[in-house]
Design a protein around this ligand. Structure first.
Ligand code: SF4
Ligand code: SF4
Length: 123
């Protein structure tokens, strides 16, 4: 191995170490968020005001349980949301808030308003 080869290898190793350090930082941030994320209660879930959401994706990136998916606007998977409220503070448009949640709420609302289940995505 020539001096030049060693120099190249050293540069590659340094680049790999830098990449690993970066990934480690991301993992540490995720771990720290997961540790901070405490369920307020099973009865609280995040809700998105679709009129305010601009689909920036900040909430999706920061949710510790990956409960949010953003296509045009953010959608919350209530089964994965633990009601920690992290996304509420992260949204730049104030489009997310926590609301009390009861199991079967959508079904009850559909019955109350006489709306068909398929319209609520329950069909
Ligand atoms: S409150 Fe927001 S950040 Fe927390 S789990 Fe639910 S969707 Fe994710
Ligand atoms: S952070 Fe707020 S504006 Fe951005 S996608 Fe999420 S809900 Fe929408």
């Amino acid at each position: 191995m020539t001096f030049y080869d060693r120099k190249i290898e050293l540069q590659q190793l340094k680049a790999q170490a830098k990449e690993i350090k970066k990934r480690l930082e991301v993992l540490e941030t995720k771990i720290s968020r997961l540790c901070q994320a405490r369920p307020l209660s099973d009865k609280w879930k995040a809700f998105v005001d679709e009129g305010k959401c601009v689909g920036c994706g900040t909430c999706e990136k920061t949710c510790p349980t990956h409960a949010i998916k953003v296509e045009k606007v953010a959608q919350v998977d209530e089964t994965a949301c633990i009601g920690c409220g992290w996304c509420v503070g992260q949204c730049p448009k104030g489009a997310i808030r926590l609301r009390p949640w009861r199991e079967g709420e959508k079904v009850r609302k559909a019955i109350r308003h006489g709306i068909g289940y398929p319209k609520l995505g329950l069909g």
